[in-house]
Ligand binder design. Sequence first.
Ligand code: HEM
Length: 518
Amino acid sequence: MESFPVLVLSSVAVIIISQLLKVLLNLIWRPYAITKWYREQGIEGPEYKFMKGSMEEIRNLKSSAQKVPMDINSHDFTPRVLPHYLKWMPLYGITFFFWFGSMPRICITDMELVKQVLSNKSGFYPKSDAGPEMLALLGKGLVLIDGPDWARHRRVVNPAFTIDKLKMMMRKMTGCAKSMIEGWENQIAQEKSKQAEIELHKHFLELTADIISHTAFGSSYIKGKEVFLSQKELLTLAFSALFNVQIPGFGYLPTPNNRKRRRLDKKVRTTLMQIIHVRMKSRDGEYGNDLLGLMLETCLAAGKENDNNKMTMDEIIDECKTFFFAGHETTSHLLTWTMFLLSTNEDWQDKLREEVLRECGIEVPTADMLSKLKLVNMVLLEALRIYGPVTIISRKASQDMELGTIKLLKGTTIAIPIPILHRDKEIWGPDADKFNPLRFENGLSKAAKHPNALLAFSIGPRACIGQNFAMLEAKVVIAMILQRFSFSISPNYVHEPIDIITLQPKSGLQVIMRPIQA
Ligand code: HEM
């Protein structure tokens, strides 16, 4: 009979060898087989590089493309933000594959295929896997989950975003915008000047954080500040990890970044728990009908029917993370890019001010007044088209399946590069690179050759739940600024759009603001 140590050693050896074989299979043989599979269908792409895939090339292309700022009148930031797509599309065709580490990604830019993927209701194209950094940032909330959990969360959350609820949020939105604007007026008065240079992006990030805190959580920017500041750091971590080689299990090691991520995650959770406890104590069994109230109602309604809509406290915390982040970052960028466009196209600024003063006068706008601001709406849609905050939508093939003529292998990620589709002259016409809000004159569905061509909020069942909220918020803020200020771009502004997960100006947006004398 074999001795015990020999048995242990041989078992360990078997485990190590089988793990090594698995690694070799995933890192060498599988990419080779996948490449062969797609090439046989005529789909080409850059060669797979051991473990790194295409990551190193993407990082290098991006860093050299981002060395030179853009001309202020040019809106085509794709060479800076998506240089790899621009390099590979002419080489391999509009549908091509590349490598996120050892995982294949297929880029699709055919609108019909995009529609098939995004409109699918049978769960064939779930969200692609999120790394530990994105999970810490957004939690397992609506943006990242799938299947029955997603459907249950969406059922709970939907009623917080009905048109009636949005109208009721108007007072809070205008209140937050008024404080920001009065801050600017005071600054200019204190400087005893007729104008001041204001960095708007920073202000919009705080404003939109304040608005989502008030409207969804009955809190304020100040109370939720720890969440926002920690999420900002988590965002930087997620961004820096985006094009790194992913080593399985690496996220559990006590590296400085992993430790930082865990510390920030804990801080976010503690602050959210404080906000939740305040709400639970302050009401007598009624938790309110805002987002937090609706979620708590389902969680704490022990013994009541409709368990299908129940959420656990951990799920609520994850959903809070999602809404704190998704509910303010993107909208602040939309406001920033809209103000950039209006500061550099003063003829449009004047037209919009005329419309705002005609429909709202100098009153605080109401929802009814805002519904009449057609030109403001057109400019916001055009800002979403050319500077949409979300640059890539990705999904995963849940099984081997066909998408058009492509035979997809299970696990392949499908990447939809929105800025490239939003500049497609076949879809948007010969002026696709230009700022032309008039293309939306006859409504969203008639602005392009394809009725669903604007993908800024995505389309289909996973489209943005907050799109009406974001549009209302953006209209309120832009209208209130136009009532009180005229503005032009500062000579200090440098046009460097950059995608730190979402598209934003690298060093803020400096604008010269001049109060309009009443
Ligand atoms: C200009 C502002 C906004 C833009 C451009 C935007 C864009 C998007 C996009 C493109 C998606 C789909 C992502 C994907 O399929 O991978 C999405 C989903 C989502 N957005 Fe927004 N968003 C904005 C504002 C908001 C706001 C204000 C909220 C919350 C109040 C919000 C909450 C969400 C949530 C929860 C999802 C996931 C929906 C689901 O999968 O069921 N977003 N957003």
